[in-house]
Design a protein around this ligand. Sequence first.
Ligand SMILES: [Zn+2]
Length: 361
Amino acid sequence: MQAVADSEGANFKIAAHDWRFYAEKLRRERYDLDQSALAAYFQLDRMIAAAFYVAEKLFGLRFAPRDDLPTYHPEVRAYEVLDREGEHVAVFLGDYYARSAKRSGAWMSNFRGQSNLDGPVRPLIVNVMNFPKPPAGRPALLTLTEVQTLFHEFGHALHGMLSNVVYPSMSGTSTPTDFVEFPSQLYEHWVLQPEILRLFALHCDTGEPLPAPMIELVIAASRFNQGFATVEFCASALVDFKLHSKSYENLDVEAEEHAILHDIAMPDEIVMRHRTPHFSHVFSGESYAAGYYSYLWSEQLDADGFAAFEEAGDIFDPATAERLKNFVYSAGNQRDPKAAYAAFRGRPPQPEALLRKKGFA
Ligand SMILES: [Zn+2]
């Protein structure tokens, strides 16, 4: 970045407030992905089919369209989810397009959770997205980020749909904050697998699959600037931990933040992701207090978890998938998540796969 600045005749040393500006210049120089050219390969309907395909290969699920079921809006798609034996598992609703009355963002929710307390109750699960609705006669096209969001929320949906526990309070996604993103983030790993891209990432006009050089560029681009991203994140997570590790009488926020950053040897060229006065994770509620680390922790789990399939030499390895279903996707919160993870993986989580994913290894 300093070389870029120098070549433009900027007569200064790159500082923290310059980072994003010059990182973006560097990113364009090295990984100039044409997002609209890429989106032509990601048709919404095919990406939904891809998410269903992965669930069938891993867990034996089939998604039967049920246009006869009543929904709360005509655009909502309804499916009955069946297992290998044709037994009913869940009802899945997909509500994909943005509408003026819809809250923004993307999420999974349930209209009815699973339980076995008073006889078997199977879940009714919904995924809600805000993808732009295409003009009539044209397919809806997604950016890569939107495809990853689709898979992410579908991972949460599977966590709800496959749930098989006794108590309603422990079913589906009712797990601790630092575990609940594991099933969803893990599912994102299948998006960029060659088998999935070859079958589903087909150009909307030509039907050609996504070219290999474009796939390589996408993967290389995903590792750009990860050192910065990880340091800025860890700074906020460590400040969050340290602020919660002692009591304060008259907290001087600025001085305390400064002292903590000094203790962790924060580089001058990078600032925290969230400065303390607006870092609502730290002080505005209990769910995330001292819990900001959970994003990176979940990333370690998903990277290490997906590595189990890579080590087995098959992204749909049946034995690994069976353990994943038994100990994670169907297990709700009935087991300590640490024990559940170890039962799935055969050991506690390790950071090596995360370091590889971020390009640090
Ligand atoms: Zn999530």
